[in-house]
Design a protein around this ligand. Structure first.
Ligand code: ZN
Length: 177
């Protein structure tokens, strides 16, 4: 397995704009980059890359992640394989060591977390798109956030903040979504 220090070195070296730029043509828009999503079919770009946060997000199909998980999804490879590919791009030597019993246990826990995450993600996606409250509160928030990331509407940020405060005044959760 790949040790933690090597993984940290790979993440430190990985430039998300360069890596995703190998697969799609990115256009600079404000502080972010945007493109037509490589994971679903679209004509207007809703795929946004934030170099400062080191993440990508598609507001069309919902896919998002970092430089390594992008390679993982795009090349249909495992997480360690994607790490090796990114390491190779930056000339980082990957030191592998045999898995101890502790590593195996931790890996199993990790797999369970992924499974749980997948289930939660599906549940919330359904709620967001199929439930009236999910649609009116959640979806409108995501669309506003998408416009903000794309830089379409400079007035949108105050509106999001105001919306969140208003909900907390009314005795809601206080955090919006
Ligand atoms: Zn997409």
């Amino acid at each position: 397995m790949i040790d933690r220090a090597t993984i940290d070195r790979i993440y430190a070296a990985a430039n998300i704009v360069d890596i995703i730029g190998d697969y799609v043509t990115l256009k600079k828009k404000g502080v972010n980059y945007q493109a037509c999503c490589p994971f679903h079919n679209e004509k207007t770009p809703s795929f946004v890359v934030s170099p400062s946060k080191g993440v990508f997000k598609c507001f069309g199909c919902g896919k998002g992640g970092n430089a390594v998980t992008f390679v993982m999804e795009h090349e249909s490879v495992s997480y360690p394989e994607a790490l090796r590919m990114v390491a190779k791009r930056y000339g980082i030597e990957v030191e592998e060591r045999a898995m101890t019993e502790e590593d195996v246990r931790r890996n199993n826990d990790r797999e369970s977390m992924f499974a749980l995450n997948g289930w939660a993600s599906e549940y919330f996606s359904k709620y967001l798109t199929g439930n009236p409250e999910g649609k009116s509160v959640g979806l409108s928030y995501f669309f506003a956030e998408a416009r903000l990331l794309r830089g379409d509407d400079p007035q949108i940020r105050p509106r999001i903040l105001f919306g969140a405060r208003r909900r907390s005044d009314a005795g809601g959760s206080g955090r919006g979504i």
